[in-house]
Design a protein around this ligand. Sequence first.
Ligand code: GLA
Length: 336
Amino acid sequence: MEGYRGRPWTRLPALLLACAAAAAVGECRVVHVGEAHRRSMLANGLGATPPMGWNSWNHFACDGNGEVVIRETADALVSTGLAAAGYKYVNLDDCWAEPERDAKGNLAANKKTFPHGIKALADYVHSKGLKLGIYSDAGYKTCAKAQPGSLGHEEQDAKTFASWGVDYLKYDNCNNGDTKPLQRYPDMSKALMQAGRPIFFNLCEWGDMHPARWGAAYGNSWRTTNDIEDTWNSMTSMADQNEVWAEYARPGGWNDPDMLEVGNGGMTNDEYIVHFSIWAISKAPLIIGCDVRHMSQDTYDILANKEVIAVNQGGLQIPLRLSVRAPALAFALPAG
Ligand code: GLA
């Protein structure tokens, strides 16, 4: 398959698709992202290719997202060969912190589930050659309401994350009192830039205010959709919503249709092959969402497929279009 760059006529269906989707919300305009803009990267220099790693949410949600699972996951990424295949980020999601800030106003790791704290966990993950990601929220409480958000504490929290050795921040969008994302996300971006450590910044704004249009100035990836579920309908819906923004993805800033469900059991193996392939050609972050400590050989074979990973990580740093679904499926499904 070939990208659309240099073949302007092939862009027409995608532009029409974007226009049709935009028309549904009353604004139809065709946007062109120029080459110069495409090449500019966020000053943190991260995300030259879509990030690859693992996140606790799709499999564990708030349950079992503790330091034992995270350490064992880091071990499994290395021992299975997934780390060597490119999966480097080990990312905590919601529910890692105490429900209240400490006496100094700092976020603190949950004493029961992370008794050794995040710094020790980061040290462990780093000792395996991997990177540690963390989660917070551009609001007063996180989405699970289990811990405080970072709104109004951006500088303090960014410094805390940097001091722990955190490498990636997923920044959610709940409980923000209707304050403006175009203030909240830039505020954390600036705080991270000044925290003294390069931290990959994932804007988890769910596509509400079309972050593809402005996210590259502040982050390395931006969610284009609400939460994925482990079903064919949800997965293909995420792909379709993400596709509209294909033109905006480029080195340093990627469209994020949410994390992978491969291996979680809600789709067939062939459906997971399609899921992984679509994420790969969309230049989406490849963030595994299953329990890699206990995955099947089929799951491993999908996630470790070198050719598919190479499509995501190599070659043209632009997404391939999915506007006509049939060829994408033909590409994705195994022969016979
Ligand atoms: C939101 C995000 C999810 C997950 C949960 C955690 O729904 O979109 O990816 O992080 O919050 O509560």
